[in-house]
Design a protein around this ligand. Structure first.
Ligand SMILES: Cc1cc2nc3c(=O)[nH]c(=O)nc-3n(C[C@H](O)[C@H](O)[C@H](O)COP(=O)(O)OP(=O)(O)OC[C@H]3O[C@@H](n4cnc5c(N)ncnc54)[C@H](O)[C@@H]3O)c2cc1C
Ligand code: SF4
Length: 608
């Protein structure tokens, strides 16, 4: 361990760090070509594509810009922190039981000074206390929902889990395949070139598998599977299923970007709730925003919470954005020829609904009444833990020195038809030695014998948990609460959302299938979790302003352009027509790239 720490110190000394360009003074008297609201995966991509096309862009971000490297402290050992990574007293993360027993707003009446979503309760809460939103300032109401938000430059990409997957025509043409819901207005062939661009610009690590339902990316060097994972892979292959190394939105071979380094395989992204202080893992600031600032075409204003898309009373078109400065609480206006909303699925819906005018009485872009509806995501909870007996007592290996474990792609309802549910699920998993052997919590005994047993078993466990598609349903929606407001006086979101029987049946199958697969591989099953986690737990919320060809049943066209207001675009996950079971961020960025290229073309032709 000491050797490793010393090596890392040496690596740190040779690493050249570039500081991002300084923020400019923001001139609010001028009319920008475009305003982008939100600086996460979607907004960062919009800023990158539009500025590289020569457009003058103002990026408004509600959160602050923090010194993320000193916040993440990726290489800090637990014993170097006064509380082993825990936040100081006064901070509280909402727990699973609280989400289910109580109703939102979860921070209301709390004795704690600061309240965070459940992610703040993962080991290392001190590292995310300035990244996650304080629920005291940012309440929401309605049905139970574990809403995880990050308000800072780069949004949730600062701590995302990095699993970067493509969707296929099983997803884009889901209705054609099984009759449920709506097809997307695009097919895989439309988005494939943009997935390729995202892969090449940002870097992705993985292994080709040639699966029609999980298309391969243009991969950089993959992570190696552990011995236990290879065992599972061999067994699943006989069932026509796949175990593939974690497809990580991480550059392992390097990319042309002076703000990022290639992955050192430090495994540090698994030690904290997330984040990589050398930015081998993609994050929007270093991957997209700082390079966009270097073009000279991007102006950034942080601490700027948009609360209304302003409308030209003569044309009904968007003319700018009204925002509140989160620090001085004053309201300002910014003007632009095009407005791009990218505040994340739920915040974008909130902003559209807040933007009421004579021309758009139900909120801008909402003549269909579909804004906030068809809200979908992933369901999770069921999973399995196993013991690989031949690994008991094996000498320690550096199994977590990589940015992820393994992935089992969807195998249900592809060629087969399951009796209880439509669509499918995949598993994320991992095995082997980690910084802390979690099995120690459940190991009986004490003293020398206890330590020996923990050491012997530390590398022998393997586990995986499912992520399933939640069906997009009109009845699952968010709207504005008539009374509750956030700390800046902006109406809060109200949830009307719950899982259906399809998700519940799918979860039963997840637990059974996980157990069967471990048993078939000769792995001793030591735990099967059948419980479904609270709605929202996956942090993959999607679908509140869906794309479509019919303006009566959809909000956006195939270029994420409002059917009602041609100079308004919504380029985040709210545009997704269905959730698929694959993690959404790579698709969010590929779609945003495609739409913003179209936007820039139309802008140059004077069509917006
Ligand atoms: C712990 C964790 C693990 C995850 N793991 C994965 C994974 O493995 N794979 C995957 O694909 N996805 C994962 N995700 C999800 C991923 O982070 C999101 O899909 C992605 O960040 C969405 O991008 P976005 O731009 O829509 O939203 P965000 O990244 O949330 O960015 C939105 C930005 O808009 C800002 N904003 C909000 N409202 C306003 C407003 N009114 N005015 C101005 N700005 C505003 C916010 O402050 C924020 O900076 C994970 C997320 C978390 C938190
Ligand atoms: S393992 Fe790679 S991606 Fe993860 S923190 Fe370390 S360098 Fe970053």
């Amino acid at each position: 361990m000491l050797g490793l720490a010393r090596d890392n110190k040496e690596e740190k000394m040779t690493l050249i760090r570039f500081k991002a360009s300084q923020e400019q003074d923001v001139d609010l008297s001028r009319t920008y070509d475009a305003i982008v609201v939100g600086s996460g995966a979607a907004g960062g991509m919009a800023a990158h594509v539009l500025t590289s096309q020569g457009m003058k862009v103002l990026l408004l971000e509600a959160g602050k810009k923090i010194d993320i490297n000193s916040e993440l402290r990726s290489m800090q050992w637990p014993y170097e922190h006064p509380r082993r990574g825990e936040a100081p007293p006064g901070y509280h993360a909402v727990r699973f039981n609280e989400y289910n027993i109580r109703k939102p707003p979860y921070a209301k009446g709390s004795a704690f000074k600061h309240v965070f979503s459940y992610v703040g309760g993962w080991g290392g809460s001190d590292y995310v206390k300035n990244i996650l939103v304080d629920e005291k300032d940012n309440p929401y109401t309605g049905t139970k929902y574990a809403w995880v938000r990050a308000r800072l430059l780069g949004g949730k990409t600062n701590i995302w889990g990095r699993l970067a997957l493509r969707l296929s025509d099983y997803d884009f043409k889901g209705k054609t395949h099984d009759g449920y819901g709506e097809d997307w207005p695009i097919s895989y062939a439309d988005i494939e070139p943009y997935y390729d661009k995202v892969d090449l610009y940002l870097g992705i690590s993985g292994h080709k598998e040639n699966l029609p339902h999980l298309p391969d990316s243009l991969f950089q060097r993959p992570n190696k599977l552990t011995a236990s994972e290879v065992k599972l892979r061999k067994s699943l292959a006989t069932m026509g299923r796949t175990v593939t190394p974690y497809r990580a939105g991480v550059t392992t071979d390097g990319v042309k970007n002076k703000y990022r380094s290639k992955c050192f395989g430090r495994g540090a992204c698994g030690r904290r709730p997330g984040g990589c202080d050398i930015h081998a893992a993609f994050d929007s600031p270093t991957g997209l925003i700082y390079p966009a600032m270097d073009t000279g075409n991007l102006t950034l204003r942080t601490n700027s919470t948009a609360h209304e898309v302003l409308v030209d009373p003569n044309t009904g078109k968007a003319r700018g954005v009204s925002f509140v400065d989160s620090q001085n609480h004053r309201t300002y206006e910014a003007k632009a020829k095009v407005v791009i909303v990218a505040a994340s699925t739920l915040e974008s819906a909130r902003l559209l609904l807040l933007s009421k005018s004579r021309q758009h009485p139900n909120g801008i872009g909402n003549s269909s009444g579909h804004v906030g509806h068809n809200f979908c995501e992933h369901v999770m909870g069921p999973g399995v833990t196993g013991l690989v007996k031949e690994m008991v007592g094996a000498p320690p290996t550096l199994d977590d020195g990589k940015p992820g474990g393994f992935y089992v792609p969807r195998f249900r309802n592809l060629q087969d038809k399951q009796p209880g549910f439509v669509r499918g699920y995949g598993f994320e998993g991992g095995s082997g030695f980690g910084l802390f052997p979690d099995s120690a919590w459940g190991t009986p005994g004490f003293g020398g014998q206890f330590k020996k047993s923990v050491r012997e078993h530390a590398g022998a466990f393997i586990s995986m948990g499912g992520f399933g598609e939640v069906l997009a349903r009109y009845e699952n929606y968010v709207d504005l609460d008539p009374e509750e407001k956030d700390a800046w006086g902006i109406p809060a979101l109200r949830f009307h959302y719950e899982f259906s029987d399809n998700e519940k049946k799918m979860c039963e199958d997840m637990a059974n299938a996980g157990k069967e697969m471990f048993e078939a591989a000769g792995i001793e099953v030591v735990g099967v979790d059948k419980n479904i986690l609270t709605e929202g737990w996956s942090i993959h919320e999607l679908g509140t302003a869906r794309m479509g060809t019919d303006p009566k049943t959809s909000v956006l066209n195939q270029f994420q352009q409002s059917h009602d207001v041609k100079n308004l675009f919504v380029v985040d996950g709210s545009s997704h027509v269905s959730a698929s079971c694959q993690n959404p961020t790579w698709t969010i960025m590929a779609l945003a790239w495609r739409s913003c290229e179209h936007l820039a073309d139309e802008f140059k032709r004077g069509n917006l």
